[in-house]
Design a binder for this molecule. Structure first.
Ligand code: ADP
Ligand code: MG
Length: 557
């Protein structure tokens, strides 16, 4: 039997594959299952164009079996199979994709069902295998062949026996070592969880022999087991179903199954976009703050699927920072992935999806605010700070997006209000939006400065978070109404300049005396016209308020 060497460049590529392209060894199973699924899709396409072939859905499945004694794992499919030539061409040359060729040959335009196109996935098997055996019988052929390789030295092909059309890939696992316990890939629960994680939505059943334990019928204590064949994958992803087929419960289950969070999400958005870019997505707005949300450890991102196959756990590029709290997934057929499927090569489509998603989140939040105020306030309690941070961090460029999502406590309403609500209530003579800063609503209420403004019948927004004032400084104005702190600058309420002059002269001595006592602690001491029942207040000049100064001073250099 003749042994053939891999082409030189293939050899190098193979080294690279095994050692560095993929981030996790377990994805070999995803790749082999994807190939099996592609092989059955090819039968389906053939049946579409050839009346003599009858595509009987029942006959198509993938079977995963583990042999613990032999330490082998076998992936069997009932797909189109490979001829001797095809084994040679597709598996003998790395980066040769029979699936891509098939798509071209059959002019499958979108080819949206088929997964393969890079011609390298198969070789990921060598991350865990010391030897791979492929036994295949091509559709329409009477002969079967066996391809075998230990990865480095090359491969052999020889005639073999196989009754059914299709392919069996058998992996002889590597010996265990200190870093890796390859035997783990023979464990039922491990296999199940890998299949669930990456290949849950493969459209063909993925079957496994599963040990089922149950109580013996005679005695109540003893357990007995039997082996039964189960379908491990759920096949139809929830996001491909129609919204009206699904209940809130279904979305909740999906949320907890996916472990997006331990809480219950406040609401979900189910998106189907079928335009220049096509994708499905389910997004969740969580209720509670993840414990590490405002720390560096927090990683934002959505799960990314390419045509039902999981590519990435947390794709950060899909979510703007402002909405980093959103959980969920995106599935698109239109992504151009690079060979490893782990790094997205060209992100134009991704950017388009991200942009689209951003606006969907925005409108969902708006509608929550409008229609389910209580829920929105719960959300805002957790993530309002993030929205304000969003306004601040991009030099106000997010203003248009976010300004109507902000809530502040109102002196008049004694509850959170939107800027729109504030402005709609402004009396005609009121020119600016007033705010006051402090540690708590109660303390702000007691500020001398708030008294005069409130006396005029003007509403004041109470800022109790560090970020509040920074955010509105970035916004500058809302609806052409500037923001004005009750504590800084001249408030310009009923100017009574003459009175002020008089008082100043009268009390010149007092002012001078106070300046001497306070020395460097203050810049100036002035007689104020903004006090009513309080004798004194502190104020700042310019843009930076006392509260902001405190924050700035507490920041590390
Ligand atoms: P890709 O799937 O990206 O094309 P792979 O390295 O995963 O690349 O596989 C290479 C080629 O080998 C496939 O395109 C296909 O033609 C062939 N192949 C692999 N596995 C199977 C299978 N189970 N049945 C039929 N053909 C297969
Ligand atoms: Mg493949």
């Amino acid at each position: 039997m003749e042994k053939k060497e891999f082409k030189a460049e293939s050899k190098r590529l193979l080294e690279m594959m095994v050692h560095s392209i993929y981030s996790q060894k377990e994805i070999f199973l995803r790749e082999l299952i994807s190939n099996a699924s592609d092989a059955m899709d090819k039968m389906y396409y053939k049946a579409l164009t050839d009346d003599t072939i009858d595509f009987d859905q029942e006959r198509f499945y993938i079977k995963i079996s583990a042999d613990k004694d032999k330490r082998t794992l076998t992936i069997t499919d009932t797909g189109i199979g490979m001829t001797k030539d095809e084994l040679e061409k597709n598996l003998g040359t790395i980066a040769e994709s029979g699936s891509l060729a098939f798509k071209r040959e059959h002019e499958i335009q979108d080819g949206h069902d088929m997964i393969g196109q890079f011609g390298v996935g198969f070789y990921s098997a060598f991350m865990v295998a010391q030897k791979v055996t492929v036994l295949s019988k091509a559709f329409g052929s009477d002969e079967a062949y066996q391809w075998q390789s230990d990865g480095v030295d090359g491969y052999t092909i020889q005639p073999a026996e196989k009754t059914e059309t299709g392919t069996m890939v058998t992996i002889q696992l590597k010996e265990n070592n200190d870093d890796e316990n390859y035997d783990a890939f023979l464990e039922e629960h491990r296999l199940k969880s890998i299949i669930k994680k990456y290949s849950d939505f493969i459209r063909y059943p993925i079957k496994m022999d599963v040990t089922v334990w149950k109580k013996k019928e005679d005695s109540s204590e003893d357990m007995e087991s039997h082996v039964e064949e189960q379908t491990v994958n759920s096949m139809v992803p929830i996001w491909r179903k129609n919204k009206n087929e699904l209940t809130d419960e279904d979305y909740l289950n999906f949320y907890s199954e996916k472990r997006y969070g331990f809480d219950k999400p406040l609401t979900h958005v189910h998106i189907k976009v079928d335009g220049t870019i096509r994708y499905h997505a389910i997004l969740f707005i969580p209720e509670t703050l993840p414990f590490n949300y405002y720390t560096k450890e927090f990683e934002k991102g959505l799960e990314l699927y390419s045509n039902g196959v999981l590519i990435m756990d947390k794709c950060p590029d899909l979510l703007p920072d402002t909405f980093s709290f959103v959980k969920g997934m995106v599935d698109s057929e239109d992504l151009s992935l690079n060979i490893s499927r782990e790094i997205l090569q060209q992100d134009r489509q991704l950017k388009m999806i991200a942009k689209n998603i951003k606006s969907k989140i925005k409108s969902e939040l708006k509608s929550l605010l409008k229609n389910e105020r209580e829920k929105y306030e719960t959300f805002y309690q957790s993530f309002g700070r993030q929205l304000k941070y969003g306004v601040y961090s991009n030099f106000g460029s997010n203003k248009e997006d976010l300004q109507d999502l902000l809530l502040f406590y109102s002196s008049k309403e004694k509850k959170l209000v939107t800027l729109e609500e504030y402005v709609s209530r402004m009396p005609e003579d009121q020119k600016v939006i007033y705010y006051a800063t402090g540690d708590s609503y109660a303390r702000i209420e007691k500020l001398p400065q708030t008294e005069l403004v409130a006396d005029q019948g003007y509403e004041i927004l109470y800022f109790t978070e560090d970020i509040d004032e920074f955010a509105i400084k970035m916004m500058r104005s809302y609806n052409d109404k500037a923001f004005q702190s009750v504590s800084s600058g001249d408030l310009d309420l009923n100017p009574e300049d003459e009175k002020k002059e008089e008082v100043t002269e009268d009390h010149q001595a007092l002012v001078t005396e106070m300046k001497t006592i306070l020395g460097d602690k203050v810049k100036d001491v002035r007689i104020s016209k903004r006090l009513k029942s309080h004798p004194i207040c502190l104020t700042t000049e310019g843009e930076v308020s006392i509260e902001m100064e405190k924050v700035l001073q507490s920041m590390p250099d």
